[in-house]
Design a protein around this ligand. Structure first.
Ligand SMILES: Cc1cc2nc3c(=O)[nH]c(=O)nc-3n(C[C@H](O)[C@H](O)[C@H](O)COP(=O)(O)OP(=O)(O)OC[C@H]3O[C@@H](n4cnc5c(N)ncnc54)[C@H](O)[C@@H]3O)c2cc1C
Length: 523
C-alpha cells in the first residue's frame, strides 16, 4: 500500500524541524521520519551536587543500568559517556553503514538527533562567511530571526563579542556566571588593551539555553545537571519543536531508519526498516536532514557516486585552568555549559573560538584517571583542586581539517580523518597566547592539560554536498537541490559550503528554514 505526502523529511534534528515549520504552516502534507531511539532512565530531581552526596540510586544515571558510562571510557566528549544520553548515539554508525578510520564519527538515530546532547553554543555567520554561499548573505536574515525566536537564546548585549555572535537583538539576559567566571570576567576590563594586542577578545557565551521561561520551557535554575539533560527544558532540543509540530494535522511522524531513496513514477519513495510492514511512503520531494554524515551516504548512494568527497570538521583542543584564589573553596551548583567565550585571532585568515565551563556538574572520576597518583590520593587531591578549576575548549575553522568520505562498492560510507599540515602550529600558537591571556585574568593553565582532539571529535560536520552557484554531481544548488536529482534536497550541514570555527547549528537551522520557505513560495 502506498501512502503519499508532499514532502518526506528524513531526520527530526535541528535541520529537519526547521525545514518542517514553514512547510506545515503552508498546509503541505509532511512526513518526518527518524531512527526512533528513545531515552530510558530518570534524571535527578535535585541539583547535581546534592544528588551526588545523597541519591542512593545515582549510579543509575551516572553509569547507567547497563554500565554504559564505563564501557564508553574512551569517548571524546563526556556527554557521550553520560548514561541518559546513550540512546542519542547508539546504533548510528551500524544502521547507517558508516565506517571511520582516524575519525570519530558521531551521529544520532534519536528523535531530536544530536541536539539532545549538544552544548547549546549559538552564533550567526558573518556576512564575509556567508559571502561564500551561492545566495545573498541577507537571504538568511529573516530565517535567523525566526529560528532564534522559536528556540530562545540567552546572552548579554553590547560586549566585546556582540558583533562576532550577532545575536544581541534576539537574546534574553545571560544566565548567571559562577564565582570563578565572575572573577575572571571582572579582571577583563582592566586588561582589555593588553589582551586585544594579544589577539584575544572575551565575552559571555551565546546559548540556546533559557534564563527566563519561553515557549512552555522554564529558565535555568543553575542545578548543574546540564551534562545529563534539563528536566525544565532550559536547554533547547529539537524534540521541543517536534512536540509542537505533532499538533498539526498535516504533520506526520514515524520511527524508521531509511536505508535508501528511490525514484518512482510520481516522485520519490523511501526504503528502510519500517515498523509498518507492507507500506511504502512516497512524496514529490525528499528533504535530507539526517545529519551531515548520514545524509551524505543517502545522497551518494542515490547518485551512485563513488568519488571521495571532502568532509569539513573543526580541529579542537581542550585545557584546564586553575584559579589559585579559589583553592579549597566550596563547590556551588552552576550552569554547566559555556560561560565565558573567547575569540582568538591567530592569523589574518584564521580565528579560534572557545569557552570555559564550570566543573561542578562533572563527576571527579572524569579527571581522576589523568592524575599521576593512586586513585584514592588522586581523588583527594582533585577534591580541593577542582573547586578552583574550570575547563576550556577551542575550535579552529573547518578548512584546517583534511577528512574524506567515500561510498564503497558495498554501500558503506568510508571516512578517513586528518588535519591540514598547518593545524599543529596554529594550536601551538593558540596554546601559548591563551596561557598568557588567562594569566591576566588570574587563571593558570595546568601544565600538560592543553590537548588536541582527534579528527571528528568536534562533532561539527559539514560541507560534503556543498551548495554552489554552478553545482556538479555531488553538490547542491542554492535551493539545496542535489545536482542531477530533481526533488531531492539537502537541508542539513552537508550543504554548507564553508565551516568557520563558530558553532554552526543555528546556521544549519536558518538555512533549512530558508530552503523550505523558498519551496513554499516557489522562489
Ligand atoms: C556533545 C555535542 C556538543 C555539541 N555542541 C554544539 C554546540 O554547542 N553548538 C552547535 O552549534 N552545535 C553543537 N553540536 C552539534 C549539533 O548537535 C549538530 O550540529 C546538530 O544537532 C545537527 O543537526 P542535524 O539536524 O543536521 O542532525 P542531527 O541532530 O544529527 O539529527 C539527525 C536526525 O536524523 C535522523 N536520522 C539519522 N539517520 C537516519 C536514517 N538513516 N533514517 C532515518 N532517520 C535518520 C536521526 O534520528 C535524527 O533525528 C554538538 C553535538 C554534540 C554531540
Amino acid at each position: 500500500m502506498m501512502e503519499d505526502f508532499d514532502v518526506i523529511i528524513v531526520g527530526s534534528g535541528p535541520a529537519g524541524v526547521s525545514a518542517a515549520f514553514p512547510l506545515v504552516a503552508a498546509g503541505w502534507k509532511v512526513l518526518m521520519v527518524d531512527g526512533g531511539e528513545v531515552p530510558s532512565g530518570k534524571l535527578p530531581q535535585q541539583s547535581f551536587l546534592e544528588a551526588r552526596t545523597s541519591d542512593p540510586e545515582q549510579w543509575k544515571w551516572m553509569v547507567g543500568e547497563n554500565f554504559h558510562a564505563l564501557s564508553m571510557r574512551e569517548a571524546v566528549s563526556p556527554k557521550m559517556r553520560v548514561a541518559s544520553h546513550s540512546h542519542v548515539f547508539s546504533g548510528f554508525n551500524q544502521h547507517n553503514r558508516i565506517n571511520a578510520e582516524n575519525f570519530i564519527s558521531v551521529g544520532s538515530l534519536a528523535p531530536g538527533g544530536l541536539s539532545n546532547a549538544w552544548g547549546c553554543g549559538v552564533a550567526k555567520f558573518s556576512s564575509a562567511e556567508l559571502d561564500q554561499f551561492p545566495f545573498p548573505s541577507t537571504a538568511l536574515d529573516i530565517a535567523y530571526q525566526s529560528v532564534a525566536k522559536r528556540m530562545g537564546i540567552s546572552g548579554p548585549r553590547g560586549d566585546d563579542l556582540s558583533d562576532y555572535f550577532g545575536l544581541d537583538s534576539c537574546s534574553q539576559a545571560a544566565i548567571d556566571m559562577d564565582p570563578m567566571h565572575q572573577s575572571m570576567f571582572g579582571k577583563y576590563g582592566a586588561n582589555r588593551v593588553y589582551l586585544h594586542k594579544l589577539g584575544v577578545r572575551f565575552g559571555r557565551s551565546r546559548l540556546a539555553a533559557l534564563s527566563a521561561d519561553h515557549n512552555g520551557r522554564q529558565g535555568c535554575n543553575l542545578s548543574g545537571n546540564c551534562l545529563y539533560g534539563c528536566d525544565r527544558g532550559a536547554l533547547y532540543s529539537a524534540t521541543d519543536d517536534l512536540r509542537a509540530l505533532k499538533k498539526f494535522t498535516n504533520f506526520h511522524h514515524l520511527a524508521l531508519v531509511v536505508d535508501g531513496i528511490r525514484k518512482n513514477a510520481d516522485g520519490w519513495s523511501i526504503d528502510g526498516q519500517f515498523e509498518q510492514v507492507g507500506k511504502t511512503f512516497s512524496a514529490s520531494k525528499i528533504l535530507l536532514a539526517a545529519g551531515t554524515i548520514a545524509s551524505t551516504r543517502l545522497a551518494l548512494k542515490t547518485l551512485d557516486l563513488q568519488n571521495p568527497v571532502r568532509l569539513l570538521s573543526c580541529p579542537t583542543a581542550a585545557f584546564v585552568l586553575c584559579l589559585p584564589s579559589f583553592f579549597g573553596a566550596a563547590r556551588t551548583p552552576a550552569f554547566g555549559f559555556g560561560q565565558i567565550s573567547f575569540v582568538l585571532s591567530l592569523r589574518e585568515d584564521v580565528s579560534a573560538l572557545g569557552a570555559t565551563f564550570a566543573t561542578s556538574g562533572l563527576p571527579l572520576s572524569e579527571f581522576a584517571r589523568y592524575m599521576p597518583l593512586r586513585r584514592r590520593y588522586g581523588i583527594d587531591l582533585l577534591k580541593s583542586l577542582l573547586s578552583s578549576c574550570v575547563v576550556g575548549n577551542l575550535f579552529l575553522p573547518g578548512h584546517l581539517s583534511d577528512n574524506q568520505a567515500r561510498l564503497d562498492q558495498d554501500g558503506v560510507l568510508q571516512i578517513k580523518g586528518g588535519y591540514h599540515h598547518e593545524t599543529d602550529d596554529l594550536l601551538t600558537t593558540a596554546h601559548a597566547r591563551l596561557r598568557k591571556a588567562y594569566r591576566r585574568l588570574g587563571a593558570y593553565m595546568l601544565p600538560t592539560s592543553f590537548t588536541a582532539g582527534k579528527p571528528g571529535g568536534d562533532i561539527h560536520y559539514a560541507g560534503t554536498l556543498p551548495m554552489r552557484k554552478n553545482p556538479i554531481p555531488g553538490e547542491s544548488d542554492a535551493s539545496g537541490q542535489l545536482f542531477g536529482l530533481a526533488g531531492v534536497y539537502v537541508v542539513d550541514g552537508a550543504c554548507l559550503p564553508v565551516l568557520p570555527e563558530k558553532s554552526h547549528t543555528l546556521t544549519i537551522m536558518a538555512n533549512a528554514h530558508r530552503i523550505a520557505c523558498e519551496m513554499v513560495t516557489g522562489a
